[in-house]
Each structure stands twice: as C-alpha cells, then as structure tokens.
Design a protein around this ligand. Structure first.
Ligand code: IMP
Ligand code: MG
Length: 192
C-alpha cells in the first residue's frame, strides 16, 4: 500500500457498526483515544495545579469525552453541562445558536474549562465563549477533542486539542450523524 500499511492493516481499519450496512473507516481506535485523553488530563492537572475547576461539557457530543477526561484530571473538579442547539443542516452549523439547557451553578469567580467534542467552523464556540464571559468566571479555557482547522471561520483560542482532523464528517465517541452513532467506541468516517 502506498502509505506503508499492509493490506490487512488497512482492512482492519474498516469496520461494521450495529447501525446497518454502512461501514466505518476508523480514524481513532479506542486505545488511541484513551492514550490522548490521559495526556490531556495530565496537562490540565499540571496547568491548574492547586486550583479547583469546573468542567463545562457541551451537550450532547461531549458526553463521552467528559466522562473519560474528568477521570484523567486529578484536581477538585465540578462537572456541568450546557446544552446548545445550532440551526443548520445535518452536517453544517449556521452560527445561530440557542442555549437549550443551562449550567446548574453560577460560574462567577470559578475556573471554567469548556469541553467540546469538535470545533469545526468555531461559530458555536465563539457564541458560547461570549455568553460565558458575561458570567465573569475567574478564567475561561477550551478543551476540544477534535479540531477541523480547514473549516474554521471564527477565531477562538483552543487551549487543549486532542487531535487535528481532516475535513471529513466524523462520528462516534459522542459524535453523531442525525443523532446516531454516538455510542461507537471509536471515531471514524462513514463509508457511503
Ligand atoms: P461549529 O460551530 O461549526 O464549530 O460546529 C460545532 C458543532 O457541530 C460541534 O459541536 C458538533 O456538534 C457539530 N459537528 C461539526 N463537525 C462535526 C463532525 O464532523 N461530526 C459530528 N458533528 C460535527
Ligand atoms: Mg457539539
């Protein structure tokens, strides 16, 4: 194979799902995700040493990542979720965003770490940051599992990035297509 992989290796990266006949090309296997999440947890633990943080997961896509990441952070950590819906097509955001479920606490004076599944155009994150800033946290940082820089339209500072992904629509490990595939333990691309 041209990229140095054997045919068997390349085939092993394609898998079936419980959802139907479509197959998935696996980009990040469960063990690859676990290793990177552990690294991110160590980095966050080091950077915030001596402080208490509030992890603010963005629903629904971040729920798996938050579950794994928060267990890799060895600090006093509050867990909050914020629900957001962006108007747009199934695979593209419009930047018009609505909060569908708010945090359960005030984050004034607290160290807030926003945890996202993926930053694509950045429009959702830009809106969320503007909203959270008005609540006067002591600090506000972003941790995203995936970043698609090729499509970025809003300039948002990403403090922690798990993986930089190519411009392909990815599913699994919390990420959905039309509310499906969130429970796949790997991240991949649907093969049409
Ligand atoms: P953005 O506003 O364009 O950055 O998009 C952010 C949201 O769109 C993410 O939180 C995801 O929910 C969704 N999204 C963007 N790209 C993908 C993808 O490749 N797979 C699944 N969801 C995605
Ligand atoms: Mg999301």
């Amino acid at each position: 194979m041209s990229d140095g992989k054997t045919k068997a290796q390349a085939q092993a990266e394609v898998t079936v799902t419980p959802y139907g006949p479509e197959r998935v090309r696996v980009l990040y296997a469960p063990e690859t995700l676990a290793a990177r999440v552990a690294e991110l947890g160590r980095e966050i633990t080091r950077d915030y040493a001596g402080r208490e943080i509030v992890v603010c997961g963005v629903l629904k896509g971040s729920f798996v990542f938050v579950g794994d990441l928060c267990r890799a952070i060895a600090l006093p950590t509050g867990i909050e979720f914020i629900g957001i819906s962006s108007y747009g097509s199934r695979t593209e955001t419009s930047g018009i965003v609505k909060i569908t479920q708010d945090l359960s606490i005030s984050v004034e004076g607290r160290h807030v770490l926003v945890v996202e599944d993926i930053v694509d155009t950045g429009l959702t994150m830009q809106y969320l940051l503007e909203n959270l800033r008005t609540r006067h946290p002591a600090s506000l940082k972003i941790c995203t599992l995936l970043h698609k820089p090729s499509r970025q339209r809003a300039d948002v500072p990403l403090d922690y990035v798990g993986f930089v992904v190519p411009d392909e629509f990815v599913i699994g490990y919390g990420l959905d297509y039309d509310q499906r595939y969130r429970n796949l333990p790997y991240i991949g691309v649907l093969i049409p």
